[in-house]
Design a binder for this molecule. Structure first.
Ligand code: ARG
Length: 276
C-alpha cells in the first residue's frame, strides 16, 4: 500500500476525476489508514512503499505491478502523468528480493489483472494493451482470459469484477480447484463476447447492479471469507451476505474522487521473493 501523502486530483484521466474540486487530503489519509488497519485486523501483512512527491495517483497501489507466483510483472502506464510509478514500484520489489520482469506493452498492473484459481483474468479496452496479456501468459505459464471493458467509468478490470474466492490461486492459501472460484461482476461493463466468456466460466457468479458498480462497489478486496467494500454498495453487500461472506464496509469516498476504492489501494503480493 502507498500512503496518500501526495494524493490530489490534479489531472483528468478517467471520468471520476474533476481537478476543479479540491481534494481533502487529510480525509483521504484517514480513510486510507482505516483500510490499512482493516487489512491488518484480517491478518493480512501490509507493506508500505514510500510515496513520491508529484505522483498523486501512487496511492492506487494495485496499478504499481502484478505479482503472481513471486514473479513481478512491471507496470507500464497508459498516461504520462503516471509513468514514473512503474519504476518506483519495480524498485521496491527488486530491493525486497523479487524477480522482476520488464513489460514490452502498456499494462496497468493488478488494476487489469486478477488471479482466479489457476487462471489469470485480464482486462483491456481502456488501459492495458491486449498484447500484454500474451506476454503475461508466457511469464507465469498460466492461462490468461482476456476480457474487454466497454464502459469508461469501469476502465480497469478491478472496477467491474471482484474475485471473491480464489484470488490467491489454487493450492496452499488458495482454493482446491477452479470450481471453487467465486466472482462478482457487472455484466454491462463487458463486451457481449466477454460477457459470454464470463457466463461460461462462472455460471453461478454474483451479478451486481449498475447502481452498486457506480459507487465502485466491485472495487473490493476479498480473501475468500471477508470482503472489504464501499458501504454505499448496499445491494452488493446484501448479495455477499447471502453467500455467507463477512462484509466489512470501509468508506473510501475521498479516494473515489481519483477513480479508485479499496482494491485500487491494495496491491496483492502473491508468492515469496525468489532470488534471481
Ligand atoms: N486516477 C487513477 C487512474 O485513473 C485511478 C486508478 C485506480 N486504480 C485501479 N486499480 N482501478 O489511473
Amino acid at each position: 500500500m502507498c500512503r496518500p501523502t501526495y494524493y490530489s486530483v490534479s489531472y483528468e484521466i478517467n471520468p471520476w476525476m474533476d481537478p476543479s474540486v479540491p481534494v481533502d487530503n487529510a480525509l483521504a489519509v484517514a480513510q486510507w489508514e482505516r483500510l490499512r488497519d482493516v487489512h491488518r485486523d484480517l491478518g493480512h501483512t501490509v507493506e508500505e512503499i514510500d510515496p513520491v512527491p508529484g505522483l498523486p495517483d501512487m496511492v492506487y497501489a494495485a496499478n504499481g505491478a502484478t505479482v503472481i507466483d513471486g514473479i513481478v510483472y512491471e507496470s507500464w502506464f497508459r498516461y504520462p502523468e503516471r509513468a514514473a510509478e512503474g519504476p518506483a514500484y519495480l524498485r521496491w520489489f527488486s530491493d525486497h528480493g523479487y524477480v522482476t520482469a520488464k513489460a514490452r506493452y502498456v499494462n496497468e498492473g493488478e488494476g487489469d489483472v486478477l488471479l482466479a484459481g489457476s487462471r489469470v483474468l485480464a482486462g483491456h479496452g481502456f488501459r492495458t494493451d491486449v498484447d500484454a496479456h500474451a506476454e503475461m501468459e508466457v511469464l507465469w505459464g498460466r492461462e490468461v482470459v482476456s476480457l474487454e471493458l466497454v464502459d469508461p467509468r469501469f476502465y480497469h478490470l478491478d472496477t467491474a469484477l471482484t474475485v471473491l474466492r480464489g484470488g490467491d490461486g489454487v493450492g496452499p492459501g488458495g482454493v482446491a480447484s477452479d470450481d471453487e472460484v467465486d466472482v462478482a461482476y457487472l455484466p454491462a461493463a463487458f463486451s457481449p463476447r466477454s460477457q459470454e466468456v464470463l457466463r461460461t466460466l462462472y455460471p453461478d457468479a454474483l451479478l451486481v447492479s449498475e447502481e452498486d458498480a457506480a459507487v465502485l462497489g466491485l472495487n473490493s478486496v476479498a480473501d475468500g471469507e471477508h470482503v472489504v467494500i464501499n458501504p454505499a454498495a448496499t445491494g452488493y453487500e446484501g448479495g455477499l451476505k447471502e453467500r455467507g461472506y463477512e462484509v466489512i464496509g470501509v468508506d473510501t469516498s475521498e479516494l473515489l474522487r481519483g477513480g479508485g476504492g479499496a482494491k485500487c489501494c491494495t496491491l496483492v503480493v502473491r508468492g515469496e521473493p525468489r532470488s534471481a
